[in-house]
Design a protein around this ligand. Sequence first.
Ligand SMILES: C[S@@+](CC[C@H](N)C(=O)[O-])C[C@H]1O[C@@H](n2cnc3c(N)ncnc32)[C@H](O)[C@@H]1O
Length: 376
Amino acid sequence: MKIIERLELGEYATFKPNKELPRHRWFYFKEGFSRDLVHYLLKKYDVDSGDWVLDPFMGVGTTPLTCREYGVNTVGIEISPLFKLIAEAKIMDYDIEDIKKYFNYLLSYRKRIDLNGIHGLLKKAFPKPSLIDILRIREAIENIYEGRYRNLFYLALLSAANKSTYMIKDGSKLRFSKRNIPPFIDVFRRTVNMIIRDIIEMELKNVYYYLYQGDARQMTMVEDESIDLVITSPPYLNKIEYTTVYEIEYLILYGDTRVNPLRSYIGLTFSRRDFIELPKIIDKDLPPAAHAYFNDMYKVLNEIYRVLRGGGKAILVVGQGIFPDRIIPSDEILAKLGREIGFRRPEIWVINRRIAVRNRTIKIGVANESIVILSK
Ligand SMILES: C[S@@+](CC[C@H](N)C(=O)[O-])C[C@H]1O[C@@H](n2cnc3c(N)ncnc32)[C@H](O)[C@@H]1O
């Protein structure tokens, strides 16, 4: 297996470069990668208009949005309704006059908001006047009957709430710190104005784009051999931030912190009954969480193989798994699983090397972040 060092790509595997980019900046998603990485891969693999690019772990939609900028057709799949809503809001077309009309309606909406019965986390996260404004605007948004505008304003609401909160997303936990923060309503106005500017400034091409809420392990909505390139980043082994860190967003949008009652987050909870027979290359002594993860990812890789055309490629941005006693080389294991399924010439580009520690001081080893390339 070819393993090469491409550390110059490391920065592109983060969401940081998107913070300055129109539309991409509408919602900060720490677990995302950058427009520049997707752009680089589309060019490198000569993707043409008429081709189809799939991201089965679309997150907040960096891959599909970049495909619309670039001019290629795209399919995105995401299990979380929250992230799917954000991805969809970022990629759609809007009429500026309609946005302004709804915006004026939201700002003029008057209703007494009762904080009794509101979840304690929300009361901790916002000063009272901001929380009242958030809940009032949220209620007004529900009255917008055109789904795409409703979602756009939900996105603006969440984005503004994230910038006017005592809450700090700290690794896999939420922290609260009473700091000087701007009033929500001011940030909301600025956010909607930025959204309007971005829509005017950024040209999106006329392509087909289909975004689904669904499960990468069972992509029934995608036909066999219909995809030319897969660009994706699955959740990293043993890094489970998606449920707790986005609790506030879930509370604002859905009124509870329920994420999804099914076992739908790769590697999060598991029962041995779900396990399928993995190829012998998988070490039997892996921790159960790792076993569950590769079990899920084996299903995903099989699905990716099914939907790719012959000659198509799958590009996966993955992190190695950090456990208290060892680093598990997920990149190499996924490449080997891919080979078992029928992918040819797996290649690994190492893009980041990070020292992993436990109890803040004891070194476990070096955990790589890599790009795994599989060819059908
Ligand atoms: C590393 S993030 C991808 C971020 C994306 N590249 C971006 O820039 O926004 C992985 C995503 O996979 C989603 N996910 C987890 N399990 C899934 C599953 N079984 N099917 C589809 N998506 C899933 C998570 O909710 C998360 O949004």
